[in-house]
Write a protein that binds this ligand. Structure first.
Ligand code: ADP
Ligand code: MG
Ligand code: MG
Length: 890
């Protein structure tokens, strides 16, 4: 026979904390608290499976379950000495939802169930307080009417407000027994008129109605949306808890409250919570009256006149704080608890692991290690890696009242303030003059890179989370709000128009919050990141556990320096083409691309060589002693082509060419599918002199930097977009020749590796053959995802969001690795590559290298390192440590 019902109370329980799947979080923890001997009103939990039964049987309840609920009721009656529906000492119930994952406020609760026109009198008589009884009854009718009978709660509030106005009362607490009784009658009359039948008087009918309503609330719109947002499967269902009522609204020695066992925003070890005297249920959070602080310290800090619980009811407070300490010791984590005091007697109604900010999470984990509640490994696993984003950037002081003038996507975290500029050139000019700027564009393109580099923050009005602005900003660690559709850029008028028509011009100050997507007017107070202290200790423990190394994707000395300060252990990807967007280099680059023959190209390349060499020298000096992977020129040429007439005229002049003629060259280089076109190693094969120049720059820089620092780097030269073994052989041939020449010239030996990026399915499949030439593989998962799915990353956001909404895919494969498809190719390439070369170094350098779930995958298949943008390095270090700890613990 199915066991539908688990009881708890009086120091015993049939369930326990680990039964979350069966009993839901609330039920499991009520059982656990009861077993611990804590004061929990007796009750029962109907298992989550009953929820699916309910939906597969036309929204009805199984008879066997009803029978077990009635048995459970008998147990509650015994424990309380009251009887359900009893005309003298009625037992009242709360009917509460509670699934496996907490969904705060998403589903419904009914309190004071079992009241009717007779039991209300008995309740008042028994408590010696008629006002309390009528207050409870009106609450019950309102909740039952709303949750079970489907009436809008506002209709009840209207009646109440009208009555209060008529009677001249401001607060609910001012109403007398008779006045509540009258309101109850108005409620019932309204209900009967609306529904055509009277309010149900039979307690059992009420009970089955409320249980069914809780199951039904699993599919209400709020809950469905919440589950979608938080990836909670519909199949989990909710449990239902039926519990004896205790009353916080029984006069001035009664109260109800909520508390965290530590401060959830700072992590400080102090009870943190609020309560209301003579109140019930959600009154505290509903904002009907201003709640009071639990501790005296908090009351003083808030400057409140109203007494704290500590002062008002010192004994109850003592018991409560002892229980909180006990719960923390038991659960070994910060708890979020709900409680009620009935005539001076404390009752615990809920406990769960409390949500907290990233900062608090750090503080709590470190303190708990010091308190010997948890070990260091566990402290490391307690921190959500992605939450470190909150800690690594300046953030807006939460105490500050924000004036929001627009909002978009939180594309790159952190907050930044500066004056508005509308072009990259203005950004560079202003920052050279020592002013801070926010670059405001409709959208950005590679030509804006130099402006993006100098800007404090970037704001675009178009584009998604993987738009150019978003990806580049994240890479640079620059705060960015992208796709702020509520704002408009008027380029000609040099104006930014925000919500409510707020109009700002060039030079006006704005602040963007890349963590929330908000745009604010003017300058606002900021909090600076704190990288030592708790953060430092957690990272030290994390690094001790880590197997994979963490490298960074860095193209510039600034990036490399930032990454090293965040703990990067090398560069996993240096994209050389980004070097050509800086300053005037784009012009030389254009000359090179558009040159008519080898001679013209060599001329331009000669100009690029010293620039590139000095970039590499700087990079190698910063990364002294560490490996640096440099990718040969990769981009589709079209990204560099001049577009406007002005740009064409400029390049033509520099090259001594007719603009019309140059226009023809540009047109000839036009490609229909540049991403699948003339790019990657295909460039080096058509124009080997490009590869030769780059190799020379790398080797000469290696020599120079080694002489300077005495700690040579081992350059790892990476050939992009290889699909055929012969492609790699050809390019490697060029590189090796240049290496020999430079070594002869310098009279010095240089250690280096030549490897390839695995970013085409063919390369993954032929890995055993490619590995004969390649000394390392780096998985370029951005391209590998594009080429495996046949989806262009730049065009995907238009339909991938629809795919997600319609449940075709769960997550964006460009953000979190597609384990089944792309992951399978990585697995294949890893196995086949290592079969040929068992000491082969393997890493990942796509955006996924900074994504915690993808990092777990990399650990599982045994990659040597992950590489990610500088600001994600700490996230990757933590995620890699967590993956290793999980592996260690099986
Ligand atoms: P939620 O899941 O939204 O937190 P709960 O089931 O915890 O909903 O119920 C909301 C509130 O109702 C509780 O915080 C508590 O104040 C009150 N409540 C629930 N059960 C009881 C009970 N047995 N006695 C008194 N109050 C209760
Ligand atoms: Mg609750
Ligand atoms: Mg690529």
């Amino acid at each position: 026979m199915t066991k539908w019902v688990y009881t708890f109370g009086n120091g015993k329980a049939e369930g326990r904390a680990s039964d979350v799947t069966l009993l839901g979080g609330k039920g499991a923890n009520l059982a656990e608290m009861a077993s611990l001997g804590l004061p929990v009103p007796p009750g029962l939990t109907i298992v989550t499976e009953a929820c699916s039964w309910f939906y597969t049987h036309g929204r009805t309840l199984p008879d066997a379950m009803k029978a077990q609920v009635l048995d459970g009721l008998a147990h509650m009656e015994k424990a309380t000495g009251r009887r359900f529906g009893d005309p003298e000492r009625p037992l009242l119930l709360s009917v509460r939802s509670g699934g496996r994952a907490s969904m705060p406020g998403m589903m419904d609760t009914v309190l004071n169930l079992g009241l009717n026109d007779h039991t209300v009198e008995a309740l008042g008589h028994d408590a010696g307080d008629a006002r309390f009884a009528w207050d409870s009854y009106r609450r019950f009718i309102q909740m039952y009417g709303d949750v079970v009978l489907g009436l809008d709660h506002e209709v009840f509030e209207e009646i109440l407000e009208d009555e209060k106005a008529r009677l001249g009362h401001e607060y609910d607490t001012e109403l007398s027994a008779v006045e509540w009784q009258h309101i109850t009658q108005l409620y019932k009359a309204m209900l009967e008129e609306e529904l055509g039948e009277p309010f149900p008087q039979d307690p059992q009918e009420q009970l089955w109605g409320a249980i069914a309503a809780v199951f039904a609330s699993w599919m209400n719109a709020r809950a469905v949306t919440y589950r979608q947002l938080h990836n909670i499967p519909t199949a989990w269902g909710t449990a239902v808890n039926v519990q004896a009522m205790v009353f916080g609204n029984l006069g001035n020695s009664s109260a109800t409250g909520v508390a965290f066992t530590r401060n959830p925003s700072t992590g400080v070890k102090e009870l943190y919570g609020e309560f209301l005297v003579n109140a019930q249920g959600e009154d505290v959070v509903a904002g009907i009256r201003t709640p009071q602080s639990i501790t005296e310290a908090a009351r003083i800090a808030s400057g409140s006149e109203k007494p704290s619980l500590e002062k008002l009811m010192p004994e109850v407070f003592g018991e409560f704080s002892a229980i909180c300490t006990r719960l923390e010791a038991h659960y070994r984590d910060m708890q979020d608890v709900e409680f009620t005091i009935e005539r001076g007697k404390l009752w615990m109604l809920q406990t769960r692991t409390g949500k907290r900010t990233a900062k608090a999470a750090m503080r709590i984990a470190v303190d708990m290690v010091d308190e010997k509640l948890i070990g260091q490994d566990e402290a490391v696993t307690r921190i959500e890696p992605a939450s470190l984003d909150q800690l690594l950037h300046p953030t807006i002081d939460p105490r500050f009242e924000r004036t929001v003038i627009g909002s978009g996507l939180p594309a790159s975290p952190g907050a930044a303030t500066g004056e508005i500029v509308f072009t990259a050139e203005e950004a560079v000019e202003a920052s050279e003059a020592g002013r801070k700027v926010i670059l405001v564009r409709v959208e950005t393109s590679p030509e804006d890179i130099h402006g993006m580099h100098t800007a404090e923050g970037i704001l675009t009005t178009r584009g998604g989370m993987t738009s150019h602005a978003a990806v580049v900003a994240r890479g640079m660690g620059t705060p960015c709000v992208a796709g702020a559709g509520t704002m408009r850029v008027d380029l000609r008028g040099e104006r930014l128009i925000g919500l409510g028509g707020v109009t700002l011009g060039k030079g006006d100050i704005i602040t963007i919050d890349g963590s929330s997507g908000q745009v604010l007017k003017g300058e606002v107070p900021m909090l600076q990141p704190e990288l030592s202290g708790d953060f430092g200790r957690i990272m030290e423990w994390a690094d001790r556990n880590r197997r994979m190394t963490v490298r960074t994707n860095a193209d510039t000395p600034q990036d490399a320096r930032a990454a090293r300060s965040f703990g990067a252990e090398g560069i996993g990807l240096c994209r050389t083409e980004h070097m050509f967007f800086e300053g005037d280099r784009i012009h030389v680059m254009r000359e090179m691309i558009l040159a008519e023959g080898e001679e013209g190209r060599r001329l331009a390349l000669d100009k690029l060589l010293p620039m590139q060499r000095s970039d590499f020298t700087a990079l190698f000096s910063i990364m002294h002693g560490l490996p640096v992977t440099i990718r040969m020129l990769d981009p589709p040429l079209h990204e560099f082509l001049p577009k406007s007439d002005a740009e064409i005229a400029e390049v033509a002049q520099a090259m001594g060419m007719e603009p019309a003629h140059l226009r023809q060259r540009v047109d000839a280089l036009h490609e229909f599918n540049p991403m699948l076109g003339h790019r990657g190693c295909r460039l080096a094969i058509s124009y080997p002199e490009i590869a030769e120049m780059q190799a020379r720059a790398i080797f000469e820089a290696a020599v120079e930097a080694a002489r300077e620092t005495g700690a040579p780097v081992v350059p790892e030269i990476m050939v992009p977009l290889v699909g055929l073994r012969a492609e790699l052989d050809y390019v490697k041939g060029c590189i090796d020749r240049v290496a020999r020449t430079v070594m002869d010239e310098a009279g010095m030996r240089i250690d280096y590796l030549v490897g390839t990026m695995i970013e085409l399915p063919r390369a993954a499949l032929r890995a055993h053959s490619i590995a004969e030439a390649a000394e390392f593989f780096s998985f370029g998962t951005n391209d590998l995802t594009q080429t495996t799915f046949g989806i262009s990353r730049d065009d995907a956001s238009a339909f991938l969001t629809t795919y997600q909404r319609k449940g075709i895919i769960e997550h964006d494969p460009f953000i979190s690795l597609d384990f089944d498809g792309v992951g399978e190719l990585i697995r294949i390439a890893t196995e086949r590559g290592r079969r040929t070369r068992n000491d082969m170094k393997l890493g990942i350098c796509g955006e996924h290298g900074g994504d915690p779930a993808s990092i777990h995958f990399c650990e599982d298949i045994g990659l040597d390192y992950v590489s990610c943008s500088p600001f994600r390095v700490p996230i990757a270090r933590l995620a890699a440590a967590q993956a290793a700890i999980r592996g260690k613990n099986g």
